[in-house]
Write a protein that binds this ligand. Structure first.
Ligand code: FAD
Length: 644
């Protein structure tokens, strides 16, 4: 039997697996990613990308592709029955509250976003998905579990025969006989739609890995191997979902619409890319052990239900790109790793209803949380204790989202009376939607204090009142000192595994403040500074990159007068970076000038340093005079000294 070694074996190449593969390929960690499907999906599945997910895509350099192909959502309208039972438009609200994020919700087929992630992995380090490969057994050698260089997890995989038909594909699409789901394929997906030419078909292989991550969906094989189960709701709702180009006299078909009809149920309508429209309709619920009758549920029954809910508006669906009926409950597995060697991520440890558009987004955010940590441990930068924060951070998030989803989904369940029974009047629906904006945009996540998140304090709140430790760092427009370009500060936080220290340096035209800033910069390159202690090779910014934002005028101080660490020499020829120092002022064309106010930092004050994790979550807020000592205290428990 063939044998191979890899640092990380990812099982499952859905959104969670591909997000992890992106991190590992970007940070240069050796990985393999297998999926039992013979081909990539090409249409359908999930379609809603939250603002926070787009921010993460931006950090990998692929947000522009998602935005260019997708449809950005702008407004949500609500229809409810009037006193006579006739549907009337009852409210209009923005899809996301202005100011939530620099990005908006984008809807686009999951298949396209998988395309962009796949392309990125290939560009990063040539990583590709090995398809039609299924794991058969998993074992762990406990004797070497704590040994950093060991490969304690052994997975035997089987390269499936060429004609294997994936069970998932058949289950999720309603079966190949529908014949609908392979239409409208994009040219750049053509290669992936053909099963790979696999010389190993039919053979088995032993893969020894340092870490295994099961991103293999709700029926996760990996989860079963490590003996865990999803727990939660006993009954599950089943949903009819359809992507179609339609004929209708409904006036709001290009908006996101929630309709509660008087007696025919509810529908969620999403205006998609390429003039498609997605319909979500809850068709019913099933009890444990019960199976849905897939033959009775066809695209015709979905359309009939949609017509009844939307009446008296008309609906014809001459072009259906994809449809499906799928069952989903709110379930959670609170254990997500075995010995911090085998992990599960995404639907493998939590499932949600589709109403709040959480599933795919949260799944990707799981592996986004795990990826940089695995990479830091494998590269010897961080201790293995870092990995436990994956459990503490993501299980908490999954639980919160399931609680939120349960409440939110009561509103969609069939007749208005059902929502009323859940204690939420349909009249309050709009208000709850508005209040839920932070959750549905993915920006509500705030990790609790831990090894990686310092506790908040009155002192820190005074330094930066609107920056919340544990939350992701929100973006403001600043102007680059060197080239006068307006820059979203969030765009500087690219996903490359580095930490960032943003120095809000204040008014450097005041001599006392300039001295304070220069003193800090000198300390940041002293031997007791984590920047110096933990950088790798000749680039001093390889572990922590320092960014500066001043409240003095951009033209007041030339960039060459800033301390070296703020625009460090990098690479073999010592080129200096230009895009590291910014001013909080109005740009010529694209706004700006509100960063200090937005972050709640005193523009005339003593300055504040904000430490940001590689996944853009704020780790700590530090005063200039204690910055280096507190940085040291923060990193010492989990960083292994790599540079003298
Ligand atoms: P999956 O997407 O299920 O991927 C798992 C992968 O693992 C698959 O490629 C599978 O082939 C592979 N695999 C499984 N078992 C094995 C095995 N034994 N060996 C090898 N490979 C294996 N979420 C949203 O956020 N927004 C939405 O709008 C939304 N709409 C949805 C609409 C539909 C119709 C459906 C079905 C789901 C929707 N979801 C939505 C949910 C979303 O699709 C999932 O939450 C998301 O895909 C989970 O990602 P994942 O990577 O964890 O798992």
């Amino acid at each position: 039997m063939a044998e191979a070694k890899t640092d990380v074996l990812i099982i499952g190449a859905g959104p969670a697996g591909l997000m992890l593969a992106n991190w590992l390929s970007k940070t240069g960690v050796s990985a393999r990613i297998i999926d039992r499907r013979p081909t990539k999906i090409t249409v359908g599945h999930a379609d809603g990308f939250q603002c926070r997910t787009i921010e993460v895509f931006q950090s990998f350099g692929i947000a522009h592709r998602v935005i260019a192909e997708g449809n950005e959502l702008t407004e949500v309208v609500f229809y409810n029955p009037d006193d006579n039972g006739n549907l009337v438009r009852t409210a209009r609200i923005p899809d996301t509250e202005p100011g939530t994020s620099r990005f908006r919700h984008v809807v686009l087929s999951q298949a396209r976003v998988e395309r962009f992630l796949l392309d990125n992995m290939k560009i990063n380090n040539g990583l590709i998905v090995e398809r039609a490969v299924e794991p058969q057994s998993l074992s762990i050698d406990n004797a070497v579990i704590d040994c950093l260089d060991a490969y304690p997890v052994t997975v035997i995989v089987r390269h499936l025969p060429q004609d294997n038909v994936s069970e998932d594909e058949a289950a999720i699409t309603g079966g190949p006989e529908s014949g609908l789901y392979r239409s409208n394929m994009f040219a750049d997906d053509a290669e992936d739609a053909i099963p790979q030419n696999r010389q190993q078909a039919g053979q088995t292989e032993t893969i020894r890995a340092k870490y295994v991550v099961g991103c293999d969906g709700a029926r996760s094989w990996t989860r079963k191997q490590i003996g865990y189960e999803l727990e939660g709701e006993n009954s599950s709702a089943y949903w009819g979902v359809m992507d179609a180009r339609i004929l209708t006299n409904f006036p709001d078909i290009r908006l996101k619409v929630a309709i509660h009809s008087a007696s025919s149920g509810s529908i969620l309508i999403i205006p998609r890319e390429r003039d498609l429209v997605r319909f979500y309709i809850q068709m019913g619920t099933i009890e444990p052990g019960q199976q849905i009758d897939r033959h009775a549920l066809t695209h015709t029954s979905i359309i009939e239900k949609a017509k009844a809910i939307m009446a008296p508006y008309t609906l014809e669906c001459p072009e259906i790109e994809w449809w499906s009926v799928y069952v989903i409950g709110q379930r959670l597995c609170k254990q997500v790793s075995l010995c911090d060697r085998v992990f599960i991520a995404g639907d493998a440890f939590h499932t949600h209803s589709p109403k709040a558009g959480q599933g795919m987004n949260v799944s990707m955010m799981d592996s986004y949380n795990l990826g940089w940590k695995l990479s830091a441990v494998i590269k010897g930068v961080a201790d293995r204790c870092l990995l436990d924060t994956y459990r503490s951070e993501r299980v908490e998030v999954a639980q919160q989202l399931i609680d939120f989803d349960r409440k939110f989904s009561g509103l969609f369940s069939g007749k208005p009376a059902v929502a009323e029974q859940a204690g939420i009047s349909v009249k309050d629906f709009r208000n709850l939607w508005l209040k839920s904006g932070k959750w549905t945009s993915g920006t509500a996540i705030q990790y609790a204090p831990s090894l990686l998140v310092a506790a908040s304090s009155a002192e820190k709140e005074l330094l930066a009142a609107n920056i919340h430790i544990g939350s992701h760092f929100e973006s403001q427009i600043v102007v680059c000192i060197a080239d006068a370009h307006p820059v979203h500060l969030g765009d500087r936080l690219i996903s490359d595994g580095r930490w960032r220290l943003i120095l809000f340096a204040g008014k450097l035209t005041q001599q006392a403040q300039r001295s304070r800033y220069e003193k800090l910069c000198a300390e940041l390159v002293s031997t007791r500074s984590p920047i110096k202690q933990y950088h790798v090779g000749q680039d001093v910014d390889s572990f922590i990159e320092v960014l500066t934002v001043v409240s003095s005028e951009r033209s007041a101080i030339d960039m060459t007068e800033y301390p070296d660490i703020t625009r460090p020499a990098c690479g073999p020829h010592g080129y200096r970076k230009y895009n590291t120092i910014f001013a909080d002022e109005v740009s010529y064309h694209d706004g700006g000038g509100q960063a200090y106010q937005g972050y709640g930092v005193d523009a005339e004050g003593p300055g504040a340093a904000v430490l940001i994790r590689p996944d853009q979550h704020v780790a700590d807020i530090l005063p200039f005079d204690a910055c280096v000592s507190r940085l040291s205290a923060f990193f010492t428990p989990f960083i292994r000294q790599v540079c003298q």
